[in-house]
Design a protein around this ligand. Structure first.
Ligand code: 13P
Length: 340
């Protein structure tokens, strides 16, 4: 791997042209849901075998610059005994680690969540850095409904994200700052634009207050998009215009880049929307992907937990990674997309 000495170099390598992140950091509960959708039992060995399939996919490093791991996965090994962080690094893929402990009920705010995990975080980051991780992730979630999210919830999550980011910088890990405005609900794209703008404004205020150096971080936001159950669904062009216009109002110019979450969009939507953004001429930041479901849905379907299907599943992963890499350059061609 090219030498990555500084946080700025790690951040730049993650958003290198045509590359993005595979989010393979599903917690034990979430991966159990994914595996049960294909009738595979969530044993430690099945979780390892599935991640091994992803990480040993030949050629994926052309499109994937980094992988976010879960604590268990960071400590697991490939079939030949190579620790996963070493396997990824040997392919010039940068290992990252999810460090939050999940979204829990926010006291005094029915229906709202705050992400926990700050206690002992400095010590955990030290260990993750020694195990080979070069970047970290912390996800905050905000729901939209009539009265939500509250200012209180936005503030509490922005504060936690900023404390996490400051600790990561101190411990030589690039913090990926992920405030996710959920797409669940009937809200319109206007409401999503409003809540996303308010959230990103507060997050960057909190980062400044906590003395976080913006050139050393990456942002992982939602796209500005219609609620999943909104009758009026915005098309890719509108998602792209609204998202870029929100960023032009809220993101600092020295942010090294943006890596979107997919948040429940289908594989094709997530690719198409990313591509539409990268066709815009007024972009001030690299816009790429850090997808979980939108890089893995067709992989899981092809795999079905069977050794005989590994090659087909790896082909499905390589295809999605290649198409999203192209979308990060505004060069996605739907006629090459088997899912489109
Ligand atoms: P999705 O792309 O499935 O939303 O997952 C990305 C992620 O890392 C959420 O924290």
């Amino acid at each position: 791997m090219q030498s990555l000495n500084t946080l700025e170099e790690v951040a730049a390598a993650i958003v290198a042209p045509g590359k993005g992140i595979l989010a393979a950091d599903e917690s034990t509960g979430t991966i159990e849901k994914r595996l049960s959708s294909i009738n595979v039992e969530s044993t430690e060995e099945n979780r390892r075998a599935y991640r091994d399939l992803l990480f040993t996919t030949e050629g994926v490093q052309e499109h994937v610059s980094g992988v976010i791991l879960f604590d268990e996965t960071l400590r697991q090994k490939s079939a030949d005994g190579t620790p996963f962080p070493d396997l990824l690094t040997s392919k010039s893929i940068i290992p990252g680690i999810k460090v939050d402990k999940g979204a829990k009920d926010l006291a005094g705010a029915p229906g709202e969540k705050v992400t926990e995990g700050l206690d002992g975080l400095r010590e955990r980051l030290k260990e993750y850095r020694s195990l080979g991780a070069r970047f970290a992730k912390w996800r905050a979630v905000l729901s939209i409904s009539d009265a939500l999210p509250s200012h209180y919830c936005i503030d509490a999550n922005a504060h936690a994200l900023a404390r996490y980011a400051a600790l990561c910088v101190e411990q030589d890990l690039v913090p990926i700052v992920e405030p996710e405005v959920l797409m669940d609900g009937t809200h319109t794209i206007d409401e999503c634009a409003d809540v996303t703008t308010r959230t990103l404004t507060k997050v960057f205020e909190a980062l400044a207050l906590h003395r976080v150096s913006i050139p050393q971080i990456l942002l992982k936001p939602n796209m500005v998009i219609s609620g999943a159950d909104c009758p009026q669904q915005a098309d890719a062009e509108e998602v792209a215009s609204r998202t870029v216009s929100c960023f032009n109002k809220t993101l600092p110019s020295d942010l090294p880049g943006v890596v979107f979450l997919s948040g429940g969009q289908s594989e094709v939507e997530a690719t198409r929307n990313l591509n539409a953004m990268n066709l815009k001429s007024d972009l001030s930041w690299p816009l790429s992907f850090s997808y979980g479901r939108a890089l893995q849905a067709s992989v899981l379907k092809a795999w079905q937990g069977k050794a005989d299907n590994v090659a087909a599943a790896q082909q499905a992963f390589l295809t999605r990674a290649r198409l999203n890499g192209a979308a990060a350059l505004g060069k996605y061609d739907p006629s090459e997309d088997p899912q489109a």
